[in-house]
Ligand binder design. Structure first.
Ligand code: NI
Length: 226
């Protein structure tokens, strides 16, 4: 399941984060690439222990943990600390699949990558190219979202970032280990949660709603695997 989560940050917040990112200490993006993806990765990245990266990523995760759409779709157990990248001057990242497990720097913690997320910090009209292309069950999706918006997709998807031929594309990306490992089960729970929420709005007194609502935690309990 591929999901667009709008307005994780407001326009004003995005503007302030962007200003800070433009003056950040950018390094070669191959620092976090595996052997194979290092061959096709051409971008800039902030170091994992960069203080600015840590500050923004904490704000991002705090925001996402309160975001009903993200929580319902991702059912997060834990997250690999968000990384930040910048594509400019032809920068791109060829087709690849993300590593299955990531080791958190200076920690024994490991995160299974069930879901990948990209949060855009540049608006589509600020750069040419730079689409995130995701090979989905339903074909190829070309993603280029407003600054402040996030796309969530299964980490098993093959994906790439097209060359940026004008301007700069700032973004953050991170991986989530979900409480529910299988994408199909997670998608079903998400659909059910969304349906329950709309029935709760439209027919709050219907007696069947209590039974239906009760099925959600029963299914979740059955499928939680961390
Ligand atoms: Ni990737």
């Amino acid at each position: 399941m591929l999901l667009h989560v709008p307005q994780v940050f407001t326009r004003d917040e995005v503007r302030r984060i962007r200003q800070a990112l433009e003056e950040a200490d950018w390094q070669d993006g191959r620092i976090t690439a595996g052997y194979q993806s290092a061959q096709t990765k051409h971008n800039l990245q902030l170091a994992e222990d960069d203080p600015l990266a840590r500050e923004i990523s904490e704000a991002m995760l705090a925001r996402l943990w309160q975001h009903p759409l993200f929580m319902s779709a991702a059912l997060p157990h834990k997250v690999f600390p968000p990384l930040f990248n910048c594509y400019t001057a032809g920068g791109h990242f060829g087709f690849h699949v993300d590593n299955a497990v990531r080791q958190v720097r200076n920690s024994a913690e490991r995160v299974r990558t069930d879901l990948s997320s990209t949060l855009f910090f540049s608006d589509p009209d600020e750069y040419d190219g730079g689409e995130l292309v995701i090979e989905d069950t339903y074909g190829s999706q070309r993603i280029k979202l407003p600054a402040g918006d996030l796309v969530l997709y299964p980490s098993t998807s093959i994906h790439k970032v097209e060359p940026v031929t004008r301007g700069a594309r700032f973004a953050s990306f991170f991986w989530t280990q979900s409480l529910v490992r299988e994408d199909a089960q997670r998608a079903l729970l998400f659909e059910m949660d969304q349906a329950i929420q709309s029935l709760t709005r439209d027919v709050p007194d219907h007696p069947a709603l209590v039974r239906l609502t009760g099925n959600y935690p029963s299914l979740l309990r059955r499928w939680v695997a961390v």
